[in-house]
Design a protein around this ligand. Structure first.
Ligand SMILES: [Zn+2]
Length: 65
């Protein structure tokens, strides 16, 4: 089990991520970064958060935001 902080991964806070592999930590960190990003930029809306989220993630991946 490894633990890294958001800061160590280039993020802005001290949140800790624990996982068995670096890939898992990178994934956790990526999801966390997207959550932070969404909290900042997008107001919670409607009930269907999952679709909204994957929509924003695909925009993010496409470099549109
Ligand atoms: Zn963070």
């Amino acid at each position: 089990m490894k633990t890294m902080t958001c800061k160590q991964l280039g993020g802005a806070c001290d949140m800790e991520f624990s996982a068995n592999t670096f890939e898992e930590i990178a994934d956790l960190s990526k999801n966390h970064g997207m959550e932070m990003f969404q909290k900042k930029r997008f107001r919670p809306s409607k009930s269907n958060g999952r679709d909204a989220k994957s929509y924003e993630v695909s925009k993010w991946n496409a470099g549109l935001v």
